[in-house]
Design a protein around this ligand. Structure first.
Ligand code: SAH
Length: 265
């Protein structure tokens, strides 16, 4: 009894289609070696490295300028900090799109347009006319905005309540050797009295009310920029200028920031 399945082609009697496939295979085998598939690990590396981050970043800066950001130092800083190195490698290709991205523990790196907007607001304050002095950032996150600020301000104190993110920022910033950035683990709702008074205070997290400590730690002529719950229950960007006469509040556009929380996480 034959074990051969019905219709199974006998050796030497290959049908035309199979012959064609076999030729394709042989053609492929004759291709120059440099077109052959590379091992997976190398291919993955190439997948990321072949993205032209430099051009993508420059296009991002051009979009920021077109949307109204005009402070040269801010635009330069946005072009100098490699945002793709602050996010997970799987998200690196999206790093220069105008979008916030997850950085772990339910937190996000703010989108480039809001980072540029807030840095510019600080750089345009009365106190910053001869250059922006000491700045306090609440919510270090992955450290991206602190790196941008380090190129815009003389000194940056940045405080984070989540230890894992505080450490992540340290790792991200270490190779940049930014001597004017000071990372602090703590509750930013209390500000950071040791560095006060500040020419600028910037918050990357939004609360219901402005913590009193922030106003207390603001220098005269200094400016605070923070998201806060607006009258309609939506977050708005708030600017507070400290003058000789007191505090002047200006409400700007709607924004979407992660919540400001008290205590260490
Ligand atoms: N500037 C950051 C954005 C991080 S998102 C970046 O460039 O990546 C906001 C951060 O604020 C989160 O990491 C969150 O943990 C932190 N945060 C919220 N409340 C805080 C508080 N009271 N003190 C310090 N950090 C706080």
């Amino acid at each position: 009894m034959s074990l051969r399945k019905p219709g199974f082609p006998a050796r030497g009697a290959m049908p035309a289609t199979a012959k064609a496939q076999s030729n394709v295979h042989r053609e492929w085998m004759r291709l120059p070696a440099d077109l052959a598939p590379v091992p997976m690990a190398v291919r993955e590396t190439l997948g990321v490295e072949t993205v032209d981050f430099t051009s993508a970043r420059l296009r991002m800066v051009q979009r920021l300028a077109a949307s109204g950001i005009e402070h040269t130092r801010v635009l330069k800083a946005m072009n100098s900090v490699l945002r793709h190195q602050f996010v997970d490698s799987a998200l690196a290709v999206q790093a220069y799109q105008d979008t916030s991205l997850p950085i772990g523990l339910g937190q996000t790196i703010s989108k480039p347009s809001i980072v540029a907007r807030m840095c510019e607001l600080l750089a345009q304050s009365a106190a910053a006319q001869s250059g922006l002095g000491r700045v306090l950032e609440i919510g270090t996150g992955c450290g991206y905005q602190a790196a941008v600020l380090s190129l815009v301000a003389k000194e940056v104190y940045t405080i984070e309540r989540l230890r894992a993110l505080h450490e992540k920022a340290r790792v991200n910033l270490r190779p940049l050797r930014l001597a004017n950035v000071h990372l602090i683990l703590g509750d930013g709702m209390l500000g950071f009295a040791s560095g006060a008074p500040y020419a600028g205070i910037i918050s990357a997290a939004g609360g219901e009310e402005l913590p009193q400590a922030w106003c207390d730690q603001l220098a005269e002529g200094g400016r605070l920029v923070a998201p806060i719950l607006g009258a309609g229950g939506q977050q708005v960007l708030l600017v507070v200028d400290r003058t000789a006469d007191g505090f002047q509040r200006t409400v700007l556009e709607h924004v979407h920031f992660v919540p400001l929380k008290s205590g260490l996480g």
